[in-house]
Every structure is written in structure tokens, then in C-alpha cells.
Write a protein that binds this ligand. Structure first.
Ligand code: AMP
Length: 273
């Protein structure tokens, strides 16, 4: 497994590579969710590149970038055991200059839900993903459905900028009890972890309601909010796959999303119907 920290060195090396390239961008503190993306890439491509970079521009000033979990040695071991060919570990100063052009997430859809609670977050996400795609020039790039709106924003950017890469959406990986894996789960106390289960429980309820024939979004959202009463709800929303709010569930074209804080930890989860 090769390691690069300099973007130009990796870009030069990449140009000499042949065959298909899979790319998995991450912020590290790798867990089974990341590993499933990596394994899919390794299976589907000749070579796989993983980046580990806690990107400062997607954190708001009020968010604690410094406290984001970092576990580099364990991450490198995971990459090696998962069959990764190249790990990219850039420094902030090599990735950004002082006066850069800015990338703006689309109005409305970049500023609802996650973008409403974290204004500017998607500008930062798109900026770093565009840089990483330019350096690695992958055939396919792998993103988790766990961050459904992020996935949608990236698919849109690829379309709008005519980028030559296939974005591959990957299924959400959960603990046995339903909790969606997240690098932030380590912040949860034992008590908070029990409360955090209400996010996946409320999504399970929503799918049961749909199966039983309830298609009215308002009705479903009300019942979902009840289950989340021990959390600080940020949003419970039902959208179509283009992130338009919908009043009626459309089978095979709906995403039900929830964001809530448990203690100081902000969690998100969703289900695709
Ligand atoms: P992050 O390190 O949080 O930026 O995540 C890197 C990638 O892993 C993103 O595409 C996430 O959507 C994906 N990811 C994170 N958690 C999960 C999960 N539980 N299941 C599937 N993919 C995930």
C-alpha cells in the first residue's frame, strides 16, 4: 500500500496508472460503514484510493473541528487489510490556498435540512470533493447513503460540471441493534446510546406505516416525532429522491430523514422507501 500526502505527487502518480480506479473519500476514524465502501471499491476496480482528511471548510465555526476523532494508525491498518492500494493523507496547507475561488452549493436544496442546520456545510463538502476527484481522477467514487443529502449534492455537482466519474451510492451499515455506524458514535455515553437508538426505531416505524398503507407524510412524521421525544429533534422530513418535500409517499422514490442531537452529539439517519 502506497501513502501520499502531497496532492501533486499523487496526481502525477495517478496519471501513470492504468485500469479502473475506485475512490473512497473519508474523514478517517474508519468503521464498518467506511470498510463496506472500501470493499465494494476493491471488488469493482483494478485499484482503490482512499483519502483520509478532516476537511476544515465543511465545519462551521461553532463546530469543534479539533475534537473530530483521529485514529491514523488504526485507519492505515484497516486500509491495508481491506486491500487498498493508495492512501491519500493530505495536509490542510497543501489542499488550500488563502484566496481561492469559492464553490457554492445550489440555492434551496443546499440550504435545507443539513444545509439549514449547518449553513455553508455543503459548500465545503463540494469544494473538497471536487479537489479530491481532480487529484485522483477515479472511474468510480463511493459514497454512503447515510449522508443522503451529501450524496445528492455530489451527484448534482458531477452532472452540472460534466465530471467524468460514476458516483456509486452505498447502503447504510448498522450495528445489530439498528444504530447507523458513525465516527461520532464514540461520543455517546451508555445512556445516550440507548436514546440514539430512537433514530433507527423511528425510521423502522415509518417503513412499517408505509407497508400498512399509510402514505400521508404529515401523519407519518407526527408518529415519528413521538418516538424521538428523548432527543433534541433537528428535523424529521420526507422528500423525493430529488429532495423535494412531498405530501404523499411515492414508493421507490422517497427518502425519510431524521436528524437529532443526543447529549452533545448530533446524529443523522434515513431510510429509502
Ligand atoms: P465520513 O468519514 O463521515 O466523511 O464518511 C465517509 C463516507 O462513508 C461517506 O460517503 C459516508 O456517507 C460513508 N459512511 C459513513 N457512515 C456510513 C454508514 N454507517 N454506512 C455506509 N456508509 C457510511
Amino acid at each position: 500500500m502506497k501513502e501520499f500526502s502531497n496532492p501533486k505527487e499523487l496526481a502525477n502518480y495517478r496519471k501513470k496508472m492504468s485500469g479502473t480506479i475506485g475512490f473512497v473519500p473519508t474523514m478517517g476514524a474508519l468503521h464498518n460503514g467506511h470498510i463496506s465502501l472500501i470493499k465494494q471499491s476493491v471488488k469493482e476496480n483494478d485499484k482503490t484510493i482512499v483519502s483520509i482528511f478532516v476537511n476544515p471548510t465543511q465545519f462551521l465555526e461553532s463546530e469543534d473541528l479539533g475534537a473530530y476523532p483521529r485514529r491514523l494508525q488504526a485507519d492505515l491498518k484497516i486500509c491495508q487489510l481491506s486491500g487498498v492500494d493508495i492512501v491519500f493523507l493530505p495536509n490542510i496547507d497543501d489542499m488550500y490556498e488563502k484566496n481561492e475561488l469559492s464553490i457554492k452549493a445550489p440555492r434551496v436544496k443546499g440550504f435545507i435540512l443539513e444545509g439549514f442546520d449547518r449553513p455553508g456545510h455543503f459548500d465545503g463538502v463540494l469544494q473538497i470533493v471536487l479537489k479530491l476527484l481532480s487529484i485522483t481522477l477515479p472511474t468510480c467514487a463511493y459514497f454512503g447513503k447515510k449522508d443522503a443529502q451529501q450524496l445528492f449534492m455530489i451527484q448534482n455537482m458531477v452532472k452540472h460540471l460534466f465530471l467524468d466519474v460514476e458516483i456509486v451510492p452505498c447502503e447504510i451499515v448498522r450495528e445489530d441493534d439498528g444504530l447507523a455506524l458513525s465516527s461520532r458514535n464514540i461520543y455517546l455515553s451508555r445512556e445516550d446510546r440507548v436514546k440514539a437508538l430512537s433514530l433507527s426505531s423511528t425510521l423502522k416505524l415509518s417503513s412499517k406505516l408505509v407497508i400498512s398503507g399509510e402514505l400521508n407524510s404529515k401523519e407519518i412524521k407526527e408518529q415519528m416525532r413521538d418516538i424521538l421525544k428523548d432527543t433534541k429533534i433537528e428535523y424529521v422530513e420526507i422528500v423525493d429522491r430529488e429532495f423535494n418535500q412531498i405530501e404523499e409517499i411515492e414508493i421507490k422514490n422517497t427518502i425519510i430523514l431524521v436528524a437529532a442531537s443526543v447529549g452533545k452529539t448530533r446524529l443523522i439517519d434515513n431510510i429509502w422507501i
